[in-house]
Ligand binder design. Structure first.
Ligand SMILES: *[C@@H]1O[C@H](CO)[C@@H](O)[C@H](O)[C@H]1NC(C)=O
Ligand SMILES: *[C@@H]1O[C@H](CO)[C@@H](O)[C@H](O)[C@H]1NC(C)=O
Ligand SMILES: *[C@@H]1O[C@H](CO)[C@@H](O)[C@H](O)[C@H]1NC(C)=O
Ligand SMILES: *[C@@H]1O[C@H](CO)[C@@H](O)[C@H](O)[C@H]1NC(C)=O
Ligand SMILES: *[C@@H]1O[C@H](CO)[C@@H](O)[C@H](O)[C@H]1NC(C)=O
Ligand SMILES: *[C@@H]1O[C@H](CO)[C@@H](O)[C@H](O)[C@H]1NC(C)=O
Length: 315
């Protein structure tokens, strides 16, 4: 009887000791993973630092058309001007109204920013289709033979231009094709998220221009969703949406910001619209990632500093 009691007490003590040991072990693992993720594998540091063999990126020439507005010209567009835009072979801001009563310094700043002289655009979200159409017409009329690819971006898009050029250098600019983040619905063969930026080949731009110049055109002049309407017009003249995911099924163009893609903060609509299942963690983003969206002016500078160091800043 006594003997049994003692041995069961010892057994209890031993199992407590084992339990404590396992708990400490688990705590160490959890701490290690947590610490490791936060220090060594910061998503910004890691994703923005991938640098692959960039041979070939200079074989292709791109024109960047960057949409901005009177309200964000001096903040977001300025940040784009002072970070990634100058890595395009040429770029224009598309802004329908230049703000009035500016200070001397603001006037000097705006004079240094290349703003396309496009008439007849109208401000506001409801007129983005018109803005896109006139911007692509401007690009065609002034630069159709100067560039291979024509990029439409917003002033809250962050573009890693050399990765875009690297990707495009492997594509055929004479094909009627576009690239961007692929959405499935609304348009046959899908369309590209406007905020993630998208790219028209020279042939796609030519067909877009001719389609709009045709009196029998099916292309909508204005209204609707810009990215949807532009894609419908392109489809009507045989321009296809290309694929831009990499060999690991990781996206190159991104319709959200880096944090939301990395931590998987996906709104419900994204899962329904996306052609490819959105992935989180380091599968969120190709090592040749091209773009992120919803990037504030401060974030533009931060991302540029992380990738290129402080010397890249003009300001
Ligand atoms: C980079 O890629 C090119 C062509 O794809 C190849 O010729 C070259 O050797 C590569 N360079 C390095 C350093 O891997
Ligand atoms: C591409 O061109 C830029 C500017 O001319 C140059 O600084 C860079 O080294 C070139 N990159 C490659 C991979 O040839
Ligand atoms: C410009 O004018 C508006 C109203 O007309 C005013 O609210 C704003 O402070 C002015 N901006 C500058 C920089 O003077
Ligand atoms: C836009 O309008 C201005 C002045 O009204 C004119 O000088 C300019 O030529 C026009 N530009 C285009 C592209 O029509
Ligand atoms: C590029 O596309 C054009 C038009 O489809 C085709 O004629 C040409 O052969 C293609 N070039 C290459 C290198 O595939
Ligand atoms: C645009 O349409 C007009 C009228 O139909 C025509 O005269 C002109 O040649 C067309 N422009 C181009 C570039 O096809």
């Amino acid at each position: 009887m006594k003997c049994n009691l003692i041995s069961s007490r010892i057994r209890k003590k031993r199992s407590i000791r084992i339990g404590v040991g396992i708990s400490i072990f688990v705590l160490i693992i959890v701490f290690y993973i947590h610490y490791g993720l936060n220090s060594n594998l910061d998503p910004y540091e890691t994703i923005l630092h991938y640098r692959h063999n960039q041979t070939g990126q200079n074989l292709t020439r791109i024109l960047c058309l960057i949409f901005t507005s009177a309200n964000t010209l001096l903040t977001r567009a300025r940040a784009v001007h002072e970070t990634w835009a100058s890595r395009c072979d040429k770029y224009y801001f598309i802004c329908e109204i230049i703000p009035k009563n500016l200070t001397h310094n603001e006037i000097q700043l705006i004079k240094s920013m290349p703003i396309a002289s496009i008439n007849n655009t109208l401000p506001g979200y409801n007129h983005l289709t018109l803005k896109s159409r006139l911007s692509f017409h401007f690009a065609y009329e002034h630069h159709q033979n100067d560039f291979d690819w024509f990029v439409k971006a917003d002033d809250d898009t962050y573009l890693i231009v050399e990765n875009l050029k690297l990707f495009l250098s492997k594509q055929n600019k004479s094909e009627p094709i576009t690239f961007g983040y692929n959405f499935k619905p609304y348009v046959p063969n899908g369309y590209h998220s406007g905020g993630a930026s998208y790219v028209l080949s020279r042939e796609a731009l030519r067909r877009f221009y001719l389609a709009n110049n045709d009196s029998k055109s099916q292309c909508q002049e204005d209204g609707g969703g810009e990215d949807i309407e532009i894609a419908k017009c392109l489809r009507s003249v045989g321009v296809l949406a290309g694929k831009s995911i990499d060999q690991h099924k990781r996206e190159r163009f991104h319709p959200l910001d880096l944090n939301d893609h990395f931590f998987g903060n996906f709104p419900d609509w994204l899962g329904e619209y996306a052609e490819n299942q959105p992935l989180s963690g380091f599968d969120c983003c190709s090592e040749d990632t091209i773009s992120f969206h919803y990037v504030s002016a401060d974030e533009q500078y931060k991302m540029d500093r992380i990738r290129y160091g402080a010397r890249s800043l003009i300001a």
